[in-house]
Design a protein around this ligand. Structure first.
Ligand code: HEC
Length: 109
C-alpha cells in the first residue's frame, strides 16, 4: 500500500503547479482517509456508498463552479447525506482537501 500511496502523491504532484502542490498532497491524504469511500478515487462518486447516498460527481459543472467558500461551508457543516467534518478537520485540512478536489476536477474522470 505504501507504493500505491507514493504513486498517487506523485500523480498529484505532476498534475498541479508549484504553489498548490503541497496543499494538494496533504489534501490527497485527507481525501483518501475521509472521503474516498463515498466520492471515489476520481471524485465521480462511483462507489457502492457513493451510489447509495447519491454523492455528487465533483466533475459536475454545478460543483466545479462552487467557490472555495461554498466548498468550505459544505465540508464543514455537511449537506443532506454528506457528513459534517468541522469536528474532524481543521481549517487548513479543509483548504488542503479543497486543493485536492480542484486537481481531480481539472483531470479527466
Ligand atoms: C458517507 C459518504 C460521504 C463521505 C464520507 C463524504 N461525502 Fe461528500 N458528499 C456525500 C453526498 C451524499 C453528497 C451529496 C450532497 C447533496 O448535494 O445532496 C456529497 C457532496 C459533496 C460535495 C459537493 C457539494 C454539493 O454541491 O452537493 C463536496 C465538495 C464533498 N461532498 C466533499 C467531501 C469531502 C471533502 C469529504 C471528505 C472530507 C467528503 N465529501 C466525504 C457523501 C459523502
Amino acid at each position: 500500500m505504501k507504493l500505491r500511496g507514493t504513486i498517487l502523491y506523485s500523480t498529484a504532484f505532476f498534475l498541479t503547479i508549484a504553489a498548490p502542490t503541497f496543499a494538494a498532497t496533504k489534501g490527497s491524504q485527507i481525501f483518501h482517509s475521509h472521503c474516498v469511500m463515498c466520492h471515489g478515487e476520481d471524485g465521480t462518486g462511483n462507489t457502492p456508498a457513493g451510489k447509495a447516498l447519491k454523492a455528487v460527481n465533483f466533475h459536475n459543472p454545478a460543483v466545479v463552479k462552487l467557490s472555495d467558500a461554498d466548498l468550505t461551508e459544505i465540508i464543514s457543516n455537511g449537506k443532506n447525506r454528506m457528513p459534517a467534518y468541522a469536528d474532524r478537520l481543521d481549517a487548513t485540512d479543509i483548504q488542503n482537501v479543497i486543493a485536492y478536489i480542484r486537481t481531480l476536477q481539472s483531470s479527466k474522470p
